[in-house]
Design a protein around this ligand. Structure first.
Ligand SMILES: Cc1ncc(COP(=O)(O)O)c(C=O)c1O
Length: 383
């Protein structure tokens, strides 16, 4: 059996990090978290990294902080790719902001930058890009749109830790200058999830916000600590969302191996891209930047392909079976603060719907051997 993802094998070398924390007797707000935050900020290239409980909280806290700062107000709009994971959208609606769904491009499976400008209204305050499947969603065009419309650029970097890309960042340095940079550095703020399956995955839930903005960083930290920046003084109605010491120690150890592990993912992806040849299967376009958190195929007979691979001992996943606009949480009758969200089920988003109907994720991770990869290729080609 080839597992979709064998976390037991991947995590074995890092168990000692958890043991060290267990023996230390100190579990929260300690040295491990501080050291991880410093190391991760350094890795991403930002001034600040604030550890928090998970990726959804990281996203939610960014919006909440912008609302506290008066940058956004209830009912303001945030542009977001329609084919994202639900958490990107929950973070927007939880803050009573309005998600405006934009279709992805079928070539990249990322937000289609040619469709963004027509979705902008006078209430648009931000564009959230989601580096889905490990591929960088940023384009120079998106950076330029943000600058011209004075919009915040927020990155959902849950799936692309370590992705390096060439970018022109008009809000950071000279508008025409292209630099090598990591996802998580591209926007005004970025949210990272360290959910166990991620490229940089904890042994439970964990997340982080990265930013260069001092004010935003202080606010995010306070909001995730009950709204308190000083012991037992509460300036905001915050929440409890902190990274714990065990996760921080594990993440610090795993961060050292992240680039090597991403390189292995790229090798496996290259093999799939070069060797899988099937008339019913659309492969992702080769992308040298992608860190292949997920290797997504599109197949019109997706469910049949999944069953066939399972019957032949290969585990797969679907990311994701139902698009956000068709989820019951936003359907008519559900508790929507914004009546327009009730219209979502009748929205027609053909590219998003096709991706959700046809996507199949095949194993692509550092625990996969060459033989297993070759075996998966042969099976798919015989489908
Ligand atoms: C694109 C995306 N955004 C946000 C999240 C939320 O992260 P978490 O599960 O850590 O809350 C995930 C996690 O699965 C994700 O894939």
């Amino acid at each position: 059996m080839i597992k979709y993802l064998d976390l037991k094998t991947i995590n074995k070398p890092y168990e000692h990090a958890a043991d060290e924390v267990l023996r230390s007797g100190w579990y929260l707000k300690g040295d491990w978290t501080r050291r991880f935050e410093e190391a991760y900020a350094d890795y991403i290239g930002t001034k600040h990294c604030i550890g928090c409980g998970n990726g959804l909280d990281a996203l939610t806290l960014i919006f909440r902080a912008y609302m506290e700062l008066g940058v956004m107000q209830e009912g303001d709009e945030v542009i977001v790719p329609a084919n994202t994971y639900i958490a990107s959208i929950l973070a927007i609606t939880e803050n009573r902001l309005k998600p405006v769904l934009v279709e992805p491009s079928l070539d990249t499976l990322q937000i289609d930058d040619a469709l963004i400008e027509q979705a902008i209204t006078e209430r648009t305050r931000a564009i959230m890009i989601v580096h889905l499947y490990g591929r960088c969603a940023y384009t120079d065009r998106i950076g330029d749109i943000c600058r011209r419309h004075h919009l915040k650029l927020i990155e959902d970097n849950a799936q692309a830790h370590g992705c390096v890309c060439d970018a022109v960042l008009p809000h950071r340095f000279v508008a025409t200058e292209s630099r090598q940079t990591r996802t998580g550095f591209l926007g005004h703020a970025a949210a990272h999830s360290f959910y166990p399956t991620k490229n940089l995955g904890a042994f439970g839930d964990a997340g982080a916000v990265t930013t260069d903005d001092d004010e935003l960083a202080d606010l995010v930290r306070a909001l995730g600590n009950y709204g308190s920046a000083r012991h037992y003084v509460f300036d905001y109605q915050g929440r409890n969302s902190r990274m714990d010491e065990i996760q921080a120690a594990i993440l610090l150890a795993k961060l050292r191996d992240l680039d090597a592990n991403n390189q292995r993912r790229k090798e496996i992806a290259a093999l799939y891209i070069n060797k899988v040849k099937h008339p019913d299967i659309l492969l992702p376009q080769c992308d040298r930047d992608s860190v292949y958190h997920i290797f997504p195929l599109l197949c019109s007979r997706r469910d049949e392909l999944q069953r066939y691979l399972a019957d032949n001992g290969v585990g797969t996943e679907i990311h994701y079976p139902i698009p956000p606009h068709r989820q019951r949480c936003y359907a008519k009758g559900a508790q929507n603060w914004l009546s327009e969200l009730s219209e979502w089920p009748s929205l027609s988003l053909p590219i998003t719907e096709r991706i959700h109907a046809e996507e199949l994720s095949i194993p692509c991770n550092p625990a996969l051997s060459d033989d297993e990869t070759v075996c998966i290729v042969a099976l798919i080609n015989r489908f």
